[in-house]
Design a protein around this ligand. Structure first.
Ligand code: PLP
Length: 296
């Protein structure tokens, strides 16, 4: 498979692509992004199938609106181009990274009068997600949430997340949990779910929580499974001492949590976590399969 990039309609090899230093994405982080998971389908068109592509593109539109950026394409137009790029590159299992910025203009905090947004996306292989229960648990470390209050915008300004994740890594952990006055919001690149007395607790989306697409699919899967959900910020105590704890994201699906601030809190994935992860993968199989069938 060849990593290909689509930039405002032009396709090249990612390794040969160049960017303009005065793109506002570089100078002001004036842009938004998406990561879409691609799953190997059941034969067919040369590439894998992007999961929940429309949901990701609709979030891209909401994020763009959140930074007052008009997108010069419709969701279905971008979706068509994304699918074409996946097929041309031959990507089966991996992701599409997508970024939209306010475009190229002489450096100035003020918006350019007639911005020409830069939209690009590229393909990248990833290993398949491990079967539920087969991966090691994730180690979390709490970090003070110092981010802005528009975390529902999937902004490319990720420095607070980058610093938090590196702080976690330096402490031997995998992911940072943002903490605010004893309750938690989300992680540096994932949403968090605590399980107590058979009920899922996860922070509501909004100022400090990204509306994760995996989170949304998981809420639907939980409803199908008859598992109740409460949307409120779980306390650190609930996370540490609850029955189960897991995190969700596009690239990892669900990961069970084994450690919290260097202390082991679970030695295996919990029953509800496993059940939800299996049901989530079933949903992926259904959608990927249905897409392939529709294309035949
Ligand atoms: C801060 C943050 N929260 C949550 C998520 C999970 O979102 P999704 O499930 O859409 O990948 C991400 C993913 O990158 C993230 O960066």
């Amino acid at each position: 498979m060849t990593e290909l990039i689509w930039v405002n309609g032009k396709v090249t090899k990612l390794s040969e692509a160049t960017a303009n230093y005065e793109d506002r994405g570089h100078q002001f982080a004036d842009g938004v992004y998406e990561v879409v998971r691609v799953y190997k389908g059941r034969g067919g068109s040369g590439g894998g199938v992007p999961f929940t592509l429309t949901e990701h593109l609709e979030r891209l539109m909401r994020s763009a609106d959140g930074i007052r950026l008009d997108v010069p394409y419709r969701v279905d137009e971008i979706a068509g181009e994304v699918r074409k790029l996946i097929d041309t590159s031959g990507l089966q299992e991996g992701m599409v990274y997508m970024q939209l910025t306010r475009g190229i203009a002489p450096r100035n905090h003020l918006f350019p009068k007639k911005p020409v947004p830069t939209l690009y996306f590229f393909t990248r292989e990833l290993p398949p997600v491990p079967a539920p229960g087969t991966a090691e648990g994730v180690k979390l470390v709490t970090v003070e949430d110092e981010r802005w209050k528009r975390c529902w915008v999937k902004s490319i300004a990720l420095l607070a997340n980058v610093l938090a994740k590196n702080e976690a890594a330096e402490k031997g952990a995998d992911e940072a949990v943002f903490s605010e006055g004893g309750t938690v919001t989300e992680c540096s690149a994932s949403n968090l779910f605590a399980v107590g007395r058979g009920v899922l607790v996860t922070a509501p989306v909004g100022p400090k929580v990204l509306p994760g697409i995996t989170r949304q699919v998981l809420l639907e899967v939980a409803a199908e499974q008859g598992i109740p959900v409460i949307e409120r910020n779980p306390t650190e105590y609930e996370c540490r001492c609850g029955e189960e704890l897991f995190i969700t994201s596009t690239t990892r699906e669900l990961s069970w949590v084994s450690h919290w601030n260097g202390v082991q809190i679970h030695d295996r994935p919990g029953e509800i976590t496993l059940r939800l992860h299996r049901a989530f993968q079933e949903r992926v199989r259904r959608e990927v399969g249905a897409y392939q069938t529709a294309m035949v």
